[in-house]
Design a protein around this ligand. Structure first.
Ligand SMILES: Nc1ncnc2c1ncn2[C@@H]1O[C@H](COP(=O)(O)OP(=O)(O)O)[C@@H](O)[C@H]1O
Ligand SMILES: N[C@@H](CC(=O)OP(=O)(O)O)C(=O)O
Length: 576
């Protein structure tokens, strides 16, 4: 490898660039992360060897280029050395796209065979493959872990979830005709881990992440072995071993910037030494402080795929699902939902953030930063065009793109106890949320009152239970009158907010006809989202009615009589 060209390097003091992320690393961590430059022991003068070393890593890239600038010093002020690693240019970019296959796409031996065929049907592509765990595996691992806490170590081998996982994977290996030895160590370790959990009577977030990692570790090993068996040369990678460096937020970790050059370097070098299709575990990373396995939040393999796309500056990122693309609404709520042919990154990000299970909430970020198109396709129906997500699209005729619902949201109405003209009220409220580490979804304000909703996924992952909610209310009550409203839903209308009057006119017509009162409304700064808060019990029906109104040429007049606020039966058009 061409090493650093040494020169004086002034760190951009006070500048926070997304490509310049300071990391405090220890020697052991540097080795573990496999950072893409030679940091052997000679890099650590004796006096700093035991102390943390400040290493700043920045990744500079144009499409197809990856280079790393770094400097190191014993303190922020004294930079000892800096340099730049190899530059990989687009000519030697050996991969063309990422293809990510979700759990439903690799749920059985038959599905794995079909996916292998699908990959081979694109001979012009040199893909990197990302796989999730085989369908239902992650849920069964989590359930097994929870049961292990209380079932006692001697009963672990009788857990039906463990049995399901063993049977599924051994059957798949058998049916594909690959050697079961590739997963036997994992199955043994999994059982031991569950026994450990049973003995400790405890399942920490860190252990939970290690536990679910077995799903992706096994699916990728089986699939790589099968590709090799059919003479398609493939190499399996555990993401946590090739430089996917994350925060240590177990169960919901975030990818750190140093990941991009590390992963690019590893895949690039391996390809040059011995070309083989990389089969990478989705969903997993390595915590930068703990060096333990982390996960990126449920559905996180989408984020693995877009991270790889950005790391290698690829032409396209494909996420293969079990639906014909991103649909006009959740097909579980309304089976007549239609595929949306084009979306912008902003639309897709809002859609994912506000509850569309089809994409991981953070997955658009790397694709947007590197401006790499994301294509959502159906592995069960590869001929369907799918959804193409890009930076811009023609919005001239766009009105509503998709309707999303996020359930079980908690809403807070906060009214200042002071009179009008009291400045600093909003700042005080938000500083309380900041202190408590709680993120807020939707906000509507006046000078003396705020209505807001709390992110249910954050509540879930942080186990923010009633006690914590009570604590929030207690703190807020020092400056305001607070009304806590639970079991609400956010209905998000993703589309062209330039046409908000037209959209809202239709929406309120539907709601009025159905006797539904909107409890809060917010038009996001993103300009692609209008959010409305209704009762949980009303949400699905509202989505179905809105879908009929916006996406069907002949909306139903009356599907069902519905009681209006004063108890009378409404019989207007658009009552669903
Ligand atoms: N707006 C939407 N568009 C498409 N699918 C959606 C939408 N909302 C919810 N879904 C659900 O998301 C599922 C696909 O996401 P997911 O299960 O995470 O896929 P995979 O596991 O294949 O990555 C679909 O089967 C569908 O039930
Ligand atoms: N297996 C993990 C990660 C993932 O991304 O899965 P899927 O692609 O099937 O949503 C999960 O179930 O959350």
């Amino acid at each position: 490898m061409a090493t650093s060209s040494m020169h004086t390097f002034n760190p951009p003091v006070g500048v926070k660039s997304p490509y310049f992320q300071p990391l405090w690393l220890q020697q052991r961590q540097i080795r573990n992360f496999g950072l893409p430059f030679p940091l052997d022991s000679s890099y650590f003068p004796a006096r700093t060897r035991r102390r943390p070393l400040l290493l700043k890593v920045s990744c500079q890239r144009r499409p197809g280029d990856v280079s790393v600038k770094y400097h190191r010093g014993s303190t922020n002020a004294s930079v000892l050395e800096c340099g730049e690693t190899d530059n990989y240019t687009s000519q030697d970019n050996e991969f063309t796209c990422v293809m990510k296959f979700g759990g439903s796409s690799v749920a059985s031996a038959e599905r794995m065979r079909e996916v292998a065929e699908l990959i081979c049907s694109f001979p012009e592509e040199r893909p990197i493959i990302v796989l999730s765990a085989m369908g239902k595996t992650t849920n069964n691992l989590l359930l097994a872990g929870e049961k292990a806490v209380t079932c006692g170590a001697s009963n672990v081998d009788g857990l039906k979830e463990l049995d399901f996982i063993k049977n599924l994977h051994l059957r798949t290996v058998n049916e594909l005709g690959v050697d079961s030895a590739i997963i036997s160590r994992h199955l043994d370790e999994l059982e031991q881990l569950l026994k450990g959990i049973a003995m400790m009577k405890e399942l920490t977030p860190r252990t939970r992440d290690y536990l679910v990692s077995f799903g992706e570790c096994m699916s990728t090993r089986i699939f790589a072995a099968y590709l090799n068996k059919i003479a398609v040369k493939a190499r399996q990678y555990d993401a946590f071993d090739i430089g996917f460096i994350t925060t240590d937020d177990f169960t919901n970790a975030d990818i750190l910037e140093a990941t991009y050059p590390a992963v690019a370097k590893r895949l690039h070098d391996d390809w040059l030494n011995d070309p083989a299709i990389p089969i990478v575990t989705g969903f997993l990373g390595k915590g930068w402080r703990t060096c333990a396995v982390t996960t990126l939040g449920r559905g996180g393999s989408d984020l693995t795929a877009t991270t790889l796309g950005k790391a290698l500056g690829l032409r396209e990122i494909q996420v293969w699902k079990d639906v014909d693309g991103v649909l006009t609404c959740d097909p579980n709520i309304y089976p007549g939902a239609e595929p949306v042919p084009f979306l912008t990154f902003d639309e897709a990000a809002e859609l994912a953030y506000f509850g569309a299970q089809v994409l991981h909430p953070q997955s658009m970020r790397p694709a947007r930063e590197a401006n790499i198109p994301v294509r959502v396709k159906n592995s069960y129906n590869p001929m369907a065009p799918g959804t193409l997500i890009t930076k811009d699209r023609d919005m001239s005729r766009a009105v509503l793109t998709s309707i999303v619902v996020k359930r079980n949201v908690t809403m807070l109405d906060i009214v200042s106890t002071r009179m009008l003209g009291q400045f600093g009220f909003l700042a005080k409220v938000f500083s309380i949320f900041e202190d408590l580490g709680i993120s807020v979804d939707v906000v509507a304000t006046s000078e003396v009152s705020i209505s807001l909703t709390l992110d249910p996924s954050k509540l879930w992952s942080r186990e923010l239970i009633q006690q914590e909610l009570d604590h929030v209310v207690e703190e807020l009550e020092k400056i305001a009158v607070v009304n806590l409203l639970q079991h609400r839903s956010i209905i998000s209308l993703i589309g062209n907010v330039q046409r908000s009057s037209l959209i809202l006119e239709k929406v309120f017509h539907v709601f009025r006809a159905n006797g539904v009162n909107v409890q809060m409304i917010s038009q996001g700064a993103s300009k692609v989202n209008i959010s409305l808060i209704v009762n949980d019990s009303e949400a699905e029906q509202c989505v179905r009615c809105l879908h009929s109104t916006f996406f069907e040429s002949d909306p139903p007049t009356v599907l069902l009589g519905s009681k209006s606020g004063n108890g009378s039966i409404v019989s207007e058009s658009n009552v669903c």
